[in-house]
Design a protein around this ligand. Structure first.
Ligand code: ASP
Length: 587
């Protein structure tokens, strides 16, 4: 070993002992006759001290050390006069009597300290340097700890981790697949799994009744913020279970992780909301329950006062921003602009202030007198000091706009504290979603999701109304996981494919392996998958998953460090029998 200790472990208790440390030079300072060097490794920082008076030659060498040089230093631990109580090693320093440079370093392109002067692009290009920074390093360590705790818990309840292949078959449902050309069978392609969905179901047919896997998934999507083309799931499946067995099992996992990772004990069961309730009350299927501010349907009582915007609207909804009656004209204008942005698309925003003195003032005073406004206020559960905000229009669009407005007020009022966690299960999702453009139903979750048994008769008569035996775990407005009880019966699976518009031949060509397997004794089963990167980021108190992945891709799916995707050689293309179409040049 090059070293006797790490840079994070020596404290005042070790004074007087002789040690050898290795690490990177974070910073050095020359002060009069002394040179101080902060030596960093994965475990922390230790101050080295060189004294001109006692060893001028050594001190002279130390003065030549550049940032990020790799150094080995031997010396005695002593108490520091100028203590830094913020770090565990801050009470001691090493009085160096011997050191060697293990490697030199060019000047790094950005400062490698907690805060850096490197922009995102630079940091990603030199990610290996970025990973030396404490906050990023700690995120990667947190990720490891969460993975370890997941494995511990799953093991303790008899789940086993089974690996599934990365080269699989492309399927038309879901997102776009990444594909890999085959050299041995030119003209054919593997696909990278969007998730091991069908494979874990096959493992259930094989009798592995409790499966999990921390697994990489790949989706070739246009990248919205905070998405990665490759990401990690905690993928799980169980046999001989009903929905509540799955929710209970994985609520157990969630509670265990919160306790181990964040020291938070959830003693109560997680709330459960139906999809319908979530949409009606929060305008979204992933409500942030860190704060109330539910949406109120005031369609019936707000109509009939001669205000045409309301009178002609399909739906009128309101939220009550508690204690916000003192919002200024400017603040309300900002909120109006916010809901009118094209992404949200509301036509306008109406406000009713409930002043502290009990007076109600609104932007629709022409149509509503004090009594009318009082009726609305009591329906919205507003009290003195509150601000009511109303949006009218087409129902789903209006609910979505109110949901965004609710989150915006939540942000402004600082109701979305990252230290607080509000988990819930959303259940009873619709099985199918109608696609207006393609004029056909799509599976809202995936085609293997079981309908609620009592809704099966509707599959052929009124598919849009069929509820799925599906659920999501939502925490703080973020979907952390989702899953379903699966179809395990060949004929129901065939019916599902039919409703989704697959011909018998298409269904067999794409999913014959699964339909065949179901003929050999498929147990009732169901499962769930969690977005591992996102959950870790949430435990780390951050929104972006990128800094919880050692080597992530940027917003356009590029790895800036590896500089890829990149062309491959003519020879490789030839072996694959692939010809690249030249982009037509436009001048
Ligand atoms: N495979 C599903 C997904 O990736 C999750 C599940 O149903 O288990 O969304």
């Amino acid at each position: 070993m090059y070293r006797t200790h790490t840079c994070g472990e020596l404290t005042i208790r070790n004074t007087g002992i002789d040690v050898t440390l290795c690490g990177w030079v974070q910073k050095s300072r020359d002060l009069g006759g002394m040179t101080f060097v902060d030596l960093r490794d994965r475990y922390g920082l230790t101050q080295l001290v060189f004294n001109m008076e006692t060893d001028a030659a050594l001190c002279g060498q130390a003065r030549k050390l550049g940032r990020e040089f790799v150094v080995r230093a031997t010396g005695r631990v002593r108490e520091r006069s100028n203590k830094n109580l913020k770090i565990p090693t801050g009470e001691i320093e090493i009085e160096v009597n011997e050191f060697s440079i293990l490697n030199s370093s060019e000047l790094p392109p950005f400062t490698i300290e907690e805060e850096t002067d490197g922009g995102e692009e630079l940091r990603m290009k030199y990610r290996y340097l970025d990973l030396r920074r404490t906050p990023v390093k700690n995120n990667i360590i947190l990720r490891y700890r969460v993975a370890r705790e997941v494995r511990k818990y799953m093991d303790s309840i008899d789940f086993i981790e089974v690996e599934t292949p990365i080269l699989i078959k492309s399927t038309p449902e879901g997102a776009r697949d990444f594909v890999v050309p085959s050299r041995l069978q030119p003209g054919t392609f593997y696909a990278l799994p969007q998730s091991p969905q069908t494979l874990k179901q096959l493992l259930m047919v094989s009798g592995f009744d409790r499966y999990f896997q921390i697994v990489r998934c790949f989706r070739d999507e246009d990248l919205r913020a905070d998405r990665q083309p490759e990401f990690t799931q905690i993928d799980c499946e169980m046999s001989f279970v009903e929905r509540d067995d799955i929710l209970d099992t994985f609520e157990g996992l969630a509670k265990y992780l919160f306790r181990q990772i964040r020291n938070i004990d959830f003693t109560e069961p997680f709330r459960r909301l139906s999809y319908q309730e979530a949409i009606e009350s929060y305008g979204t299927d992933k409500p942030d329950l860190r704060f109330g501010m539910r949406i109120n349907d005031i369609t019936v009582i707000a109509k009939g006062h001669g205000f045409s915007v309301f009178d002609t609207a399909e739906y009128i909804g309101a939220i009550c921003a508690g204690g916000c009656s003192d919002y200024t004209r400017k603040q309300i204008d900002e909120l109006t602009e916010f809901v009118k942005r094209p992404q949200i698309g509301a036509k306008g925003l109406i406000y009713i202030r409930y002043d502290a003195d009990g007076l109600l003032k609104s932007s629709v005073d022409k149509f509503y007198n004090q009594v009318d406004l009082g009726v609305l206020a009591s329906r919205i559960n507003a009290v003195k000091g509150d601000l009511m905000l109303v949006i009218a229009g087409e129902k789903m669009k209006t609910l979505t706009a109110l949901s965004e407005l609710r989150l915006e007020i939540g942000n402004r009022q600082k109701l979305r504290n990252k230290e607080i966690f509000a988990p819930l299960w959303v259940v009873d999702f619709p099985l199918l979603e109608w696609d207006k453009e393609e004029k056909r139903y799509f599976a809202m979750h995936h085609p293997f999701t079981s309908p609620r048994p009592e809704d099966i008769p509707l599959m052929e008569t009124d598919p849009g109304r069929v509820r799925a035996n599906a659920y999501d775990l939502v925490i703080n407005g973020v979907e952390i996981g989702g899953g379903s009880i699966r179809i395990h019966d060949t004929s129901l699976q065939r019916l599902m494919f039919k409703v989704l518009g697959f011909t018998e031949e298409e269904a067999n060509a794409q999913f014959g392996f699964l339909l065949n397997a179901f003929r050999y004794g498929a147990p009732p089963h169901g499962g769930i998958a969690f977005g591992f990167d996102r959950w870790v980021a949430m435990f780390g108190g951050q929104d972006s998953i990128r800094d919880f992945i050692a080597f992530p891709k940027n917003n356009s799916g590029r790895d800036m460090m590896l500089d890829t995707p990149a062309p491959i050689s003519e020879k490789q293309l030839g072996e694959l029998k692939i010809e690249i179409k030249k982009e037509e040049k436009r001048d």
